[in-house]
Ligand binder design. Sequence first.
Ligand SMILES: [Zn+2]
Ligand SMILES: [Zn+2]
Ligand SMILES: [Zn+2]
Length: 255
Amino acid sequence: MGVPTLGCDCEVCTSTDPHDKRLRPSVLLRMQQSGHERVVVIDTGPDFREQALRSGLTRVDAVFYTHSHADHILGLDDLRPLSFTVAREGGVILLYASQETADMLRRIYDYTFSPEATYPNRARVRIEPLEERTVVHDVEFVRVPLLHGEMDVSGFRFGNVAYLTDVSAIPESSFVLLEGIDCLIISALRHKPHPSHATLDQAVEWARRIGARQTWFTHIAHDLGHAATNRALPAGMALAYDGLSFAVNLGCVRR
Ligand SMILES: [Zn+2]
Ligand SMILES: [Zn+2]
Ligand SMILES: [Zn+2]
């Protein structure tokens, strides 16, 4: 819902700590390749435009979608101006989505994706099927299947990092895909149980098992204050925050 949550005056929603101001979750991956910046985004939520402005984003090459919930897809239309830049180079922004997510995108953004769409300024984007492994500009993205309540959703591993959001259960086969990562970003909504999200304690337990050097918790509700929650977390684990950035090793695929 973002923090402050609309209509709420709790301690976290009224906190003056900038770490307690939370837009909807997303990941921006910037890579320098032969002097060119390449940009991959995971999820374009309703705050995508604001996040793109804050990050000084001037291009996007590809987007990976975790699932079709509003907080992960409703910024898609704001890819339009960036897609015109890519179109001038003769390309399109590639949107990697599962069948279920692709169906939802086509339904909501009918004016963009319908073969009959006539709107001339529609986003220059193309939906691509989400495979087990996808290579974008020499970087391999491995789909990590997860459960979000009853829903199948996708986490992603790229190089030494994994991003797992909106998760309530991790299949055993997905733990295998996470072996050896250095950095884990995983959702942890709150302490109170939720039908389709893990509690912070559950996420800490998974993080211990996965054993990354550093774990960042994301997709945090207003129940968790930044400073107080961090003080109680084990070493090597912390709440992520808006604007957090760090270098990662992407282990580029050789051509
Ligand atoms: Zn609140
Ligand atoms: Zn969701
Ligand atoms: Zn969500």
